[in-house]
Design a protein around this ligand. Structure first.
Ligand code: OOB
Length: 525
């Protein structure tokens, strides 16, 4: 079994209630391109290119046929490492049309991550650019292919047209079957893949559109790396396409680049992580550089937005703020457009669906009736297990997903995220698995033992601190050396430790072996 289906009685309920509609992603593009009111509108635009729905549909047809000609067949997994540009949308929808399963890698991923992902997905192909922002992704893809037997094709995203072929009939995907694999923010070293179905994901997109007021007039700009769940579907680019609106993709999130596209395309909505929201806010407070008056809604999520920052965003950017607390595994909470400003600025919203079920438990899994607790959830778009049963301890015995987040509910049903257990560091929305980094540090010849914890940071919210016991106390490793070692080990740049503290030993508490989990908690304190 590659993924754990919902229990039959829940699946039945979601269908009867009309949440799961039996629509597929390819159906959506076909329907929009086939609608005379929508076909000639701009579906997707970046700084260099723009495509109408009709054009996108035709190019997807030819690319999907080309993928078929390569020998790729329905169900095959294709690992993507594509930056924010029109070709991302072309590729993803061509994969949907050919019934291939995208695996959403990020441009910032490096060898260790991509090898792990390609291996566990048993990817048949990798789609990546050549050289992008000075980094040779083609060479990286070749290195990955050399280590992962299943990878048979390397496809250059800058050269998709060379694959174009005469359209073929690929048949129709099963809406209750897998549509793609998302990546988990991760609390372990093993990359966990998140299996999402057409039914469940499209429900989250449709419901997000309702909650966020997305219409055919919406121009949604993907400012964050678009393969991430937030810009993809909350409501993201898929929401914009679902509504027949426009997807804009900015190559860089900085105001000097992104705002040019906002001005030119009259962008109405985007999503940011807190450090970016701060950069946008401070830039605007210093005086406008572009006309960004088309922006109506700016969402902030991925990490806790400080209340102080939340209050400044709306006035500075001339927008309505929406807080988003979500996870690639499913559950997404939004503040509502009609919530009082006070709650929009101080809470992370409420679940999008009235079919989302939430409960709080303590460290032993016992119910918490008041105050903060660990959040567990099940619902019509929250997975029941990772790809091929990995990370089973992230699910309670009854199948509910253990988010790991500590949250607290307030009066009107909105919740506040108070933090999470010490298993990962949230660096301004980019997640670092403590376990993965510790494993990497333990292979350093100068490191006897290592514990990774989060420390508070004014800009990022949290940053990483590695406590290290050196092999040789007279010649301990230093920060620069450790960062170089982790980079050379093939981890993404954001996972390099921000601080290294050399210690003689870790705290011993009482008798017996102290778990790494406990040590992290003690050292974090
Ligand atoms: C989003 O997804 P992931 O999978 O990268 O990370 C999920 C985790 C959550 O479990 C939580 O720990 C943290 O990111 N998080 C937040 C937050 N939004 C996410 N923590 C505090 N406040 C928030 N507003 O990050 C993601 C997926 C869909 C929509 C938005 C974010």
């Amino acid at each position: 079994m590659t993924f754990s289906p919902w229990p039959p009685e829940l699946a039945e309920r979601y269908r009867v209630q009309g949440l799961w509609t039996g629509e597929t992603f390819d159906d959506v593009l076909r329907a929009r391109a086939g609608d005379p009111d929508i076909a000639s509108r701009i579906a997707v635009v970046d700084i260099d290119r723009r495509l109408t729905y009709a054009e996108l549909h035709q190019r997807v047809d030819r690319l999907a046929a080309g993928l078929h000609c390569l020998g790729l067949r329905p169900g095959d997994r294709v690992l993507l490492q594509i930056p924010n540009r029109v070709a991302y949308v072309e590729t993803v929808f061509a994969l949907f049309r050919a019934r291939l399963l995208p695996v959403f890698g990020l441009p910032a991923h490096r060898e260790a991550e991509l090898v792990g992902i390609a291996r566990s997905a048993e990817a048949a192909a990798i789609v990546a650019p050549g050289v992008h922002e000075g980094f040779d992704h083609r060479a990286l893809a070749e290195t990955v292919a050399a280590q992962v037997d299943s990878v048979r094709h390397l496809i250059d995203v800058d050269d998709l047209e060379t694959l174009f072929a005469d359209p073929v009939d690929h048949g129709r995907a099963d809406p209750s079957g897998l549509a793609f694999l998302q990546l988990s923010g991760g609390s372990t070293g093993v990359p966990k893949l998140i299996p999402r179905t057409h039914d469940d994901y499209l429900y989250s997109v449709r419901r997000s559109n309702e909650v966020c007021g997305v219409t055919d007039a919406t121009v949604y700009m993907a400012t964050l790396p678009v393969a991430h769940n937030f810009p993809m579907s909350s409501p993201g680019i898929l929401g914009a396409m679902y509504a027949g609106g426009t997807i804009a993709l900015t190559a860089s999130p900085t105001p000097s680049v992104a705002w040019e596209l906002v001005e030119r395309e009259r962008v109405t909505m985007t999503g940011l992580v807190p450090p970016l929201a701060r950069l946008w806010t401070e830039t605007a407070e210093r005086g406008a550089t572009f006309d960004i008056s088309s922006l109506e809604t700016v969402q902030v999520g991925g990490a806790r937005c400080p209340d102080e920052l939340a209050r400044r965003i709306g006035p500075a950017l001339g927008v309505r703020l929406q807080q988003v607390f979500g996870m690639a595994e499913g559950l997404v909470c939004y503040t509502r457009l009609d919530d009082p400003l006070q709650e929009v600025c101080t809470t992370q919203g409420a679940p999008m669906s009235d079919q989302d079920e939430l409960r709080l438990v303590d460290e032993d899994g016992d119910p918490v009736t008041s105050g903060p607790g660990f959040l567990e959830t099940q619902g019509p778009y929250t997975i029941r297990g990772y790809w091929k049963g990995a990370g089973a301890d992230s699910f309670a015995p009854d199948g509910w997903y253990r988010t790991g987040d500590v949250v607290e509910f307030i009066d009107r049903g909105n919740l506040i995220v108070r933090g999470r257990g010490g298993d990962r560091v949230n660096r301004g929305g980019e997640k670092v698995s403590a376990e993965q980094l510790e494993e990497q540090l333990l292979t350093h010849p100068g490191v006897r033992d290592a514990i990774v914890v989060a420390v508070a940071d004014a800009y990022l919210g949290e940053r990483t601190c590695a406590y290290v016991i050196p092999e040789n106390p007279d010649d301990p490793p230093n920060l620069a050396g450790i960062r170089r070692f982790v980079r050379e080990g093939g981890l993404a740049e954001w996972k390099l430790p921000d601080t290294v503290k050399v210690v003689e030993q870790f705290p011993e508490t009482g008798v017996g072996k102290v778990s790494r989990k406990k040590l992290r908690a003690i050292l974090a304190g």
